[in-house]
Write a protein that binds this ligand. Structure first.
Ligand code: PPE
Length: 309
């Protein structure tokens, strides 16, 4: 399991300007703090093979942030272009050549109550180093997961295409339960009892050389998921969106998770059942390798996914 490290840095972008790290504070009446209506993103910047640095799928992440805001009736007072530049500016201001970027749009203070009325929509961008989300060792050996006792929100509760702050209470309950029980990660079932996603990652399973992943309607449209789908197609690996039961995971040859933070992480065990050979399988290894080639700028075909600093 990766040990959590305290986030520090030099500057944070807040409402249009860079401020010293220690000054990026908000009032306790911040509406989002009380009710959880805010939206965020997770983006990674990588050192590329030629020694430069590039943000992975910047445009699409900012687009998803604005989509999340739109779903939640929040009007972000910055354009797509302004936010993209602000992210690059924040990385530079923190002298980061590699790291994680967390933009968040939230509702500021003013009135209380469930109607946030004219409270300001505020935006912060934080950038900081973040290593392997599920541990260095997990990337190669695979992690241990449990099926959560918590159910993923029903699609008409969650608004699955939004990355909404409050939705993550469900993920935190699942994650902490898993950690307290000695696992690395939680996999959540939906209200029909079918596999949806992990606490902060999409999920893929492999059986008989075929790749399966739960349909988009019930899960976040992960940009890493999308990258893996395309890379699988390039490699001629058959893939289908499928309704997956928990026991189909138990008998899968391979299971892996995808996410900006988790990248491509193999799962070696679920609920004390060994998955396949109990270590990173060949399909996972191929797709993980292909993913790291893309983010390192070693794949011409996907150059357009990289925004160089
Ligand atoms: N599902 C969920 C619920 C989710 O939170 C993420 C990202 C994904 C799927 C994968 O999406 P993408 O990053 O576009 O491939 N989770 C973010 C938050 C992690 C955190 O602990 O904070 C992330 O990976 O940045």
């Amino acid at each position: 399991m990766a040990k959590p490290t305290r986030v520090t840095g030099e500057k944070i972008w807040l409402d249009g300007r860079l401020v010293p790290f220690a000054d990026a504070n908000v009032h306790v009446l911040t509406h989002t703090l009380h009710y959880g209506l805010g939206v965020f993103e997770g983006i990674r910047c990588y050192r590329t093979a030629d020694g430069r640095s590039a943000v992975f799928r910047l445009t699409e992440h900012v687009r998803r942030l604005l989509d999340s805001a739109h779903i939640n009736l929040m009007q972000v007072p910055f354009s797509q272009e302004a936010l993209e530049s602000a992210i690059v500016e924040t990385l530079r201001a923190n002298h980061l050549t590699e790291g994680y970027i967390r933009p968040i749009a939230f509702i500021g203070d003013g009135v209380m109550g469930l109607n946030p009325a004219d409270n300001p929509i505020r935006v912060a961008i934080i950038a900081y180093p973040w290593g392997k989300y599920l541990g260095e060792e997990g990337m190669e050996l695979g992690i241990r997961a449990r099926i959560s006792s918590f159910t993923r929100h029903f699609v008409n509760s969650k608004m699955t295409k939004g990355k909404t702050c409050g939705d993550y209470v469900n993920s935190i309950l699942a994650k902490r339960e898993a950690l307290l029980d000695g696992y690395d990660e939680a996999i959540l079932l939906d209200t029909n009892g079918l596999v949806s996603e992990a606490s902060g990652e999409n999920l893929f399973a492999v059986r008989g050389g075929e790749l399966m992943t739960p349909p988009l309607y019930g899960v976040l449209g992960g940009l890493t998921r999308d990258a893996v789908v395309r890379l699988a197609r390039d490699k001629g690996i058959p893939l289908r969106e499928a309704e997956i039961t928990r026991d189909e995971l138990y008998i899968a040859d391979e299971v892996f998770l995808t996410g900006t933070a988790a990248e491509v992480t193999p799962v070696r065990e679920i609920d004390h059942r060994r998955i396949g050979s109990g270590r990173r399988g060949p399909v996972t290894r191929t797709l993980q390798g292909a993913f790291f080639d893309v983010v390192a700028g070693r794949e011409r075909k996907y150059e357009s996914w990289l925004t160089y600093l």
